[in-house]
Design a binder for this molecule. Structure first.
Ligand code: MRU
Length: 377
């Protein structure tokens, strides 16, 4: 990769001339040490046409990257925010650990306002604040090192969780299954490998030859731009459809399973995911197709009894009226642009986690799998 231009998000932009080889890209990672290092990520707003990395060296750049979806997908947002907390901690104007702790608190409070729905953002920042509390007696250098270790651990654990989700989920996929997915829950949405796409990648690697249908996912086209890119790069059989074609494709018998990701899952299994997911779940029920959610334990919010309390992000109307620069609606039209919806637990055949598959999906099963520490932790 070569640096192609300076960006307003900080140190510079790096560009790959061609799409990445299968699995070769790194979604979001840290470069350098805790004191002088930086957060590096693929700018997903430019995919699939350009694969550009951007660097973030201040909290505002990290906030902006999350807000405009340069980094997106629940687990990847959490990883980016964790590294953003390291950046925030080191902005303290004194070496006093209490000042560093306060700088981290201020940064975390700001990062918490970037996007409301994915609970992984809040989960990761809570972990960073707890790590700072535990190391509060350390001098500046070791304290920052400890924070960077924690952020790296969050990324590493996410990688491992994705692999485990892939293994559990692939058991649900039969030879040659048509599998529908919505939005992007792949390597670009996580530290590596994905959740819903981990299921598909693992089934593919096991020789089950899944045939994937990817909803394009209006209005920001994460399915067309990101999921299709990842699947094509890995040599998985993928067919792109517009969101409003899913019913017809199911009626034609081409879909045997639906697998999607999640941004926040309540204690009873109600699951928030990209807008349109609820509609897909209803279609799946109408056509007798099992609908699965794939998500790590970090995506569960057990403080919410059901999905009615999940905050739904509302985004800029221009994403609907002039997405990607082309105006497609008249000036002055009213627009409603919720970015997520909530699929009720009763429509979900199973939630594929790194600990196993939750099925049936109800409060008791969620509590049995998630409402206790993971084995070995
Ligand atoms: O708005 P986005 O692109 O961040 O929405 C992403 C999704 O809805 C994903 O399906 C979800 O975060 C799961 S990612 C493993």
């Amino acid at each position: 990769m070569t640096i192609v231009r300076d960006g307003d998000t900080a140190g510079g932009l790096r560009e790959e001339a061609a799409p990445s080889a299968p699995g070769s890209f790194r979604t979001v990672y840290w470069v350098g040490d805790a004191v002088a290092g930086r957060l590096r990520m693929i700018d997903q707003t430019l995919l699939p046409n350009r694969c550009v990395e951007i660097d973030c060296e201040d909290v505002e750049s990290v906030w902006g990257a999350i807000k405009r979806l340069s980094v997106r997908g629940a687990p990847a947002i959490g990883v980016a925010a964790a590294f953003g907390a390291v950046i925030g901690a080191r902005t303290a104007d004194s070496d006093d650990p209490a000042a560093i702790r306060e700088a981290l608190r201020t940064a975390a409070a700001h990062l918490r306002t970037s996007r409301p729905t994915a609970v992984n953002l809040f989960w990761a920042l809570d972990r960073m604040e707890a790590a700072a509390d535990a190391a509060i007696r350390e001098p500046r250098g070791p304290l920052l090192d400890r924070l960077l270790d924690e952020a790296r651990a969050i990324a590493e654990e996410d990688r491992a969780m994705c692999r485990a989700i892939g293994r559990f989920g692939a058991e649900l996929i039969d030879e040659g299954d048509g599998v529908l997915t919505h939005c992007n829950a792949g390597g670009l949405a996580t530290a590596d490998y994905g959740t819903a796409l981990a299921v598909i990648f693992t089934a593919h690697e096991l020789g089950k030859a899944p045939r994937v249908f990817a909803d394009e996912t209006r209005p920001l086209l994460q399915g067309a731009r990101l999921t299709a890119w990842e699947l094509v790069n890995r040599g998985v059989d993928v067919t792109l459809i517009c969101d409003n074609m899913a019913a017809q494709v199911m009626k034609e018998g081409k879909i045997r399973k639906v697998v999607v990701g999640a941004d926040r899952i309540a204690a009873n299994g109600d699951a928030a995911n990209k807008i349109g997911t609820y509609g897909v779940a209803l279609l799946a029920k109408a056509h007798g197709v099992p609908f699965y959610v794939a998500a790590p334990s970090s995506t569960f919010d057990l403080t919410l009894a059901d999905g009615s309390g999940i905050p739904i992000e509302e985004r800029d109307p221009r994403e609907v009226t002039e997405g990607f620069g082309l105006r497609t609606a008249p000036e002055g039209v009213a627009v409603y642009n919720p970015a997520f919806d909530v699929t009720p637990a009763e429509l979900i055949a199973g939630i594929i986690t790194e600990r196993g598959v939750i099925s049936p999906v109800d409060a008791a099963s969620v509590r049995a799998m998630i409402g206790k520490p993971a084995a070995g932790s």
